[in-house]
Design a protein. Structure first.
Length: 344
């Protein structure tokens, strides 16, 4: 059951020789347009948002991008696109090997078959990370002599920050083809995404993996959680980080701004004399951190300079330059990026 090739460069609208910065900018522009929180047609936008995330997930990682470029060359040349000589390129999400001769195709996880086949699915929960299980485990014994437990299935689950914040229920399905008889079956599951789940943790669905043989118990499904990229915020543990653009006069004089959060917006006081690279912190506006607490929201200051000032504005800038006497190249006249206190 071949997976359809997905051209991630076309998804983001960038050429194959695009720089890392070009890819980042293309993703941010598209994500701001199609993020379900802001799009009018939420159903269509959500599918497009998942495509954009998947493309960025692959192209933003140097090793994954290199592998994708090799796969694309294989498809364009008409040769064998499947990297059968590289076992690490095959995952249990779509590989015919390592799962008793079965191919698995997830739907509803947020990732395509193409991604699962070549870039997804961990071999198991990472050491030191949590595994969330739900549902009855069922009979796990060996049964009759010669019984063999079915193998586990591994895939990926793309979740948004709001799902990590509040928890959610996701309906997924697994299309499974038995290489022995060519028959295809579909298993549907309600997956509970617990509030506070972090990227890299695993959600276990017991008894929904490969059926056992000779009376053996079925395997499980393990879904590796991946956070969907957000156009404004990046998760670092339970904290969220982003940027806050300021005009030069706002940085000098100080101001109060409404800053968007995962649950609306909050007013943030920007102190007078705020510098480029300084970070402001808003407590308790990050992701769940356990025991009812939450991480923080950090905003790195970016001072934007007007590029096309009017003649009147330019005259005022010249007057300011003459009267200010400020020279950032003189010792003691400027502090380094990020220095100064963070906002409580």
């Amino acid at each position: 059951m071949p997976a359809e090739f997905r051209d991630y460069y076309k998804v983001l609208g960038v050429p194959p020789n695009a720089s890392d910065e070009d890819i980042r900018k293309a993703f941010r522009n598209l994500a701001r347009k199609y993020h379900p929180d802001v799009a009018k047609d939420k159903a269509t936008a959500e599918d497009r948002f998942k495509e954009i995330n998947e493309a960025h997930e692959v192209l933003s990682d140097p090793e994954s991008r290199r592998k994708f470029d090799q796969l694309g060359a294989g498809w364009k040349s008409g040769g064998n696109p499947e990297p059968t000589s590289d076992p690490s390129a095959w995952r249990t999400g779509g590989a015919p090997a390592g799962n008793g001769g079965n191919g698995f195709h997830f739907e509803g996880t947020g990732f395509s078959d193409f991604f699962e086949r070549h870039f997804g699915g961990r071999p198991g929960p990472a050491r030191g990370t949590s595994t969330f299980g739900h549902g009855a485990t069922g009979f796990r014994g060996e049964g009759s002599p010669g019984a063999q437990r079915g193998e586990d299935i591994h895939g990926d689950l793309l979740i948004r920050f709001d799902e990590a914040l509040h928890g959610a229920i996701r309906v997924i399905s697994i299309r499974r083809e038995d290489a022995g008889n060519g028959m295809e079956g579909v298993v549907r599951c309600n997956v509970r995404i617990p509030a506070g789940v972090q990227s890299g943790q695993s959600i276990r669905i017991p008894g929904k993996g490969v059926p056992g043989t000779g009376g053996g118990a079925p395997g499980d499904i393990f879904l590796n959680v991946r956070y969907a990229r957000h156009p404004d915020w990046t998760a670092r543990g339970t904290d969220l980080t982003g940027t806050l653009d300021l005009a030069p006069w706002e940085a000098v004089l100080g101001t109060t701004l409404a800053v968007p959060t995962l649950e609306g917006s909050v007013k943030v006081k920007v102190p007078a004399g705020t510098r480029q690279g300084q970070r402001l912190r808003v407590r308790g506006q990050g992701l769940p951190a356990g025991s009812g607490s939450r991480g923080d929201l950090y905003m790195e200051i970016v001072i934007q300079v007007p590029t096309h000032p009017s003649e009147a504005a330019l005259a005022l800038w010249k007057q300011l330059a003459q009267e200010s006497g400020f020279d950032p190249r003189l010792p003691g006249n400027v502090n380094g990026p990020g220095s100064g206190p963070e906002q409580p």
